[in-house]
Design a binder for this molecule. Structure first.
Ligand code: PEP
Ligand code: CO
Length: 450
């Protein structure tokens, strides 16, 4: 019988690790790992536990998860304005969802660490030249030259420091007044204000303002009420680059447990969720809340094995399953998965990623998604969970606060011939600020009906 070795931050090394860079110089990687191991953690165990409690509430239908942000963060977007705009869109969407559904919204950003990408093909052709596919700024530059695409381990340190500064500003914005509910009007973007979604948002913002004044008027002292003046925005990214994640695992001094300290929440992607693979081994041993993407090819047995592996102690909030099945496939693929997981007895939070199975390339070569497909996948996700008596616990989205033209349609109706206007993403197409707000209103309606 095989001897089961105890889990350590490095135990993933004895298993096949897909999607790792081909570092040209392994000793340079070791040196970077040593340095990362000596740097302070980005997040603390107590915070990860607080998030897990919040997600546990969502498992039972008492809260809803909004997980949103970039497909791939960029080393070029470090300005305070860029970070503030990314925060604003999350705050705005969450105000719409909270108000619309009168449920707490757990807010998790794909932010402060989302610097690596799994890829389907190892190479891509840019302007007639075949190059290694772009795998994220923590590994190499996105510039289209062979030299720029050579993996450079020093970039893992840069990723760490950029995550530190992003998180520092997020903490300042969310605890220092910017995210105060009395500021709900200021989260509306200038270019959004005059649009139908923007005006609809203003109505909600006015009503929230009135509710606050009403409470004040009847003598409730809101001055010390933390939930009005501060919000928690938790950080998350795909735990893909294990040379980066391993040295950031730390033992919690109060419990002795291991925590991944690169973010509050980590997930395994569709390509690396093999229950016997290195990525799942890595996540199995840390105590953070974790997630797994679930694509249309996943079988019920495979999914149950993954649940047992990642949540053997059956803790509510520990495991989030993020289904990304494709518009038109949810009603056929999701019910057997939901049934199998329910029968296993492992509590999970079911979340819908309506982005990753709805990507296609236009004849002009732009990777895009249709707003209607995104909405359709969410609608069917709600319908299936309603029919099976499970709680549709959240959405996982690629969004930006900027006025980009990357996804088609929406109230603003971005057309195919407009995609080139402001196509700025480093990887997958994101919903722009207006499309994101529009989607938040639709999801709030679905939540009310659920
Ligand atoms: C992603 O979330 O950016 C991603 C690559 O997703 P998936 O693993 O579901 O394809
Ligand atoms: Co993506």
């Amino acid at each position: 019988m095989a001897v089961i070795e105890p889990w350590t931050p490095a135990s993933w090394r004895s298993l096949p690790a897909l999607q790792q860079p081909d570092w040209p110089d392994p000793t340079a990687v070791d040196a970077v790992r040593d340095r990362l191991g000596q740097l302070p953690p980005l997040v603390f165990a107590g915070e990860a536990r607080a998030l897990q409690r919040a997600l546990g509430e969502a498992v039972d239908g008492r809260a809803f998860l909004l997980q949103a942000g970039d497909c791939a963060e960029s080393f070029r977007d470090v300005s305070a304005v860029a970070i503030r705009e990314r925060l604003k869109v999350i705050l705005q969407m969450s105000a719409v969802l909270t108000y619309g559904a009168t449920l707490p919204v757990v807010k998790v950003g794909r932010i402060a660490g989302q610097f690596t990408k799994p890829r389907t093909a190892p190479t891509e052709v840019v302007d007639g030249v075949e190059l290694p596919t772009f795998r994220g700024h923590a590994i190499h530059s996105d510039e289209a030259t062979p030299a720029a695409r050579t993996p450079d381990p020093e970039r893992m340190l840069q990723a760490y420091y950029q995550a530190v500064s992003t998180l520092n500003l997020l903490r300042a914005f969310t605890k220092g007044g910017f995210a105060d509910l009395t500021q709900v009007h200021t989260w509306n973007q200038e270019f959004v204000t005059s649009s139908p979604e923007g005006r609809r948002y203003e109505v909600i913002a006015n009503e929230i303002g009135r509710a606050l004044r009403f409470m004040q008027a009847i003598g409730i002292d809101l001055g010390d009420e933390r939930s009005i003046h501060e919000v928690d925005i938790w950080t998350s990214h795909e735990a893909l680059l294990l040379d980066y994640e391993e040295p950031l695992v730390r033992r919690d001094s109060t419990t002795g447990d291991w925590y991944a300290c690169s973010a509050h929440f980590l997930w395994v992607g569709e390509r690396t969720r093999d229950p016997d693979g290195a990525h799942v081994e890595f996540l199995a041993g840390v105590e953070n809340p974790v997630g797994a993407k679930v694509g249309p090819e996943a079988t019920p047995d495979e999914l149950v094995a993954l649940c047992e592996r990642l949540n053997p102690r059956r803790l509510p909030g520990r495991l989030t399953l993020v289904t990304r099945l494709g518009a038109g496939r949810v009603r056929e693929v999701l019910p057997p998965l939901v049934d199998a997981v329910r029968e296993s007895g492992v509590p999970v939070l079911w979340v819908c990623d309506p982005m990753h199975a709805n990507t296609f390339v236009t004849p002009s070569g732009r990777k895009t998604r249709r707003f209607d497909d995104v909405l359709n996948e969410i609608e069917d996700f709600f319908a299936v969970h309603r029919a099976s008596g499970t709680w549709p616990g959240g959405v996982h989205l690629e969004v930006t606060g900027e006025d980009v033209t990357e996804c088609l349609g929406g109230a603003e109706d971005v057309r195919e011939d407009q995609l080139d206007n402001r196509y700025e993403t480093l990887c997958d197409p994101r919903l722009n600020a207006r499309q994101s707000l529009d989607l938040a209103f639709r999801v709030a309606e679905l939540m009310r009906a659920a």
